[in-house]
Design a protein around this ligand. Structure first.
Ligand code: PLP
Length: 420
């Protein structure tokens, strides 16, 4: 039964638009009544009614070590016992920065903020300050957070089933953002021809993973690198999902690319609210108090969040961590793929690192959510609902990517296969 969740949902409707405060509000839960989470442990979640689920959402990606990781829990408890004091530098910030910079050679300096959205907005402000230009180019289907200035019309960051909206976007912001199709070299060449000296930066998700898992050709990513450099613009790699997920150096390593500014979130805080952005010493030199670009956040560097991040990344930095996680993912994906195909669901599975996505098309040709025929989409939603009823949680929207965590075990795989 999901009676208590239904009651909580009814109650929440009085407080929150759409009846929920967590990110599921942006998606409309495929389950009708969203999951009201009570607690989590390793790869398992329990809802308010006491139902147990194997979790492939990992809180939208951050929980790469699963729920209730002992090291993170202890670090947070220890920090809480020292008093929740912040607003001046702490050793914890140094420690987390050191861990990251020692393992990620794509950036030379870093700044911590409190979310992925904040990291992206800071990166954009930095790009504008550094280049003294205003326009930003982004790609259809890429999501960079919930801040107004990137939510422009065509193919906006909205990741619902193909819906886009420009409502509420101040005109000045919308005018400064140019949205073009992914993987269209000519479109980008035209943008640079039309707005030559006005483009501060091109921003792309490391691996676009908010409208399906759209792994890009290396050749295309290197084209982005070259064209931005030739035109004096910066390349911002938004690694909020891929950073620390594919490895410390995220998608930049996968494509063997050196972007100008990189943004991080999700995993970096071990489940607590931490975002970050980083770049070369030269570019980061523009930031206050040394440089002119102001950036400060009351909660940035919050010690409890820093402690959680240090605990998490210390585990991720151990030799073999990512290799092991990727091997587990491959095993899960191969077995689940076979079962799903046997059951004649419409999907294929695309994967990179420990991220996977149920694609609709055959022959691995990726299809975006808004291009899928309604009948297939309905079938897909039904599959998600059925799986939830059998204790498998793939995330609230029914369309996002899934994640394997280091806490997923062989038992979880077997239970999943039985449920499917
Ligand atoms: N950038 C990307 C690629 C994301 O996937 C997200 C969130 O999912 C964000 C930015 C925004 O991060 P946050 O939700 O932490 O503000």
């Amino acid at each position: 039964s999901r009676k208590k969740s239904a009651e909580l949902f009814e109650k929440a409707k009085a407080y929150f638009p759409g009846g929920v405060n967590s990110p599921v509000r942006a998606f409309k839960s495929v389950y009708g009544t969203p999951l009201f989470i009570e607690r989590g442990d390793q790869a398992h979640l329990w809802d308010a009614d006491g139902n147990e689920f194997i979790d492939y959402c990992c809180s939208w990606g951050p929980l790469i070590l699963g729920h209730n990781n002992a090291k993170i829990r202890e670090a947070v408890q220890e920090q809480l016992s020292k008093g929740l004091s912040f607003g001046a530098p702490t050793e914890l910030e140094n420690h987390l920065a050191e861990l990251i910079l020692n393992n990620n050679k794509k950036i030379e300096k870093i700044r911590f903020v409190s979310s992925g959205t904040e990291a992206v907005m800071s990166a954009i402000r930095l790009a504008r300050g550094y280049t003294k230009r205003d326009k930003i180019v982004k790609f259809e289907g890429c999501y960079h957070g919930h801040s107004d200035s990137l939510l422009v019309k065509a193919g906006s960051g909205l990741v619902t089933f193909g819906e886009t909206s420009s409502a509420g976007v101040p005109k000045a912001f919308a005018d400064e953002t140019i949205v073009i199709a992914l993987n269209d070299k000519e479109a980008l060449e035209k943008v640079f021809a039309d707005f030559k000296d006005q483009i501060a930066a091109v921003i792309i998700e490391g691996v676009p993973a908010n409208n399906g898992l759209l792994i890009q050709d290396k050749d295309y990513i290197h084209f982005l690198r070259d064209i931005t450099k030739e035109n004096g613009s910066l390349l911002i790699f938004d690694e909020v999902i891929t950073g620390f997920r594919l490895g410390f150096e995220g998608a930049s390593k996968y494509y063997d690319i050196q972007p100008d500014i990189l943004t991080y979130g999700k995993i970096i805080g071990g489940g607590m609210p931490v975002g970050a952005y980083g770049a070369s010493k030269e570019i980061m030199g523009c930031i206050s108090p040394d440089g002119a670009v102001y950036q400060a956040g009351t909660l940035s560097g919050n010690p409890v969040a820093m402690a959680a991040g240090i605990a998490a990344l210390s585990i991720l930095a151990a030799p073999g961590f990512y290799e092991q996680l990727e091997a587990t993912t491959q095993k899960f994906v191969e077995e689940i793929r076979a079962y799903i195909q046997e059951k004649n669901y419409v999907v294929n599975i695309t994967t990179i690192g420990s991220i996977f996505w149920f694609a609709f098309s055959e022959n691995d040709k990726i299809q975006r959510a808004d291009e899928i025929d309604p009948a297939s989409m309905e079938k897909y939603k039904v599959m998600h609902r059925e799986l939830l009823n059998r204790g498998i949680y793939f995330g609230p929207s029914g369309y996002e990517v899934g994640f394997i965590s280091a806490a997923h075990t062989e038992d979880d795989l077997n239970q999943t296969l039985v449920a499917i």
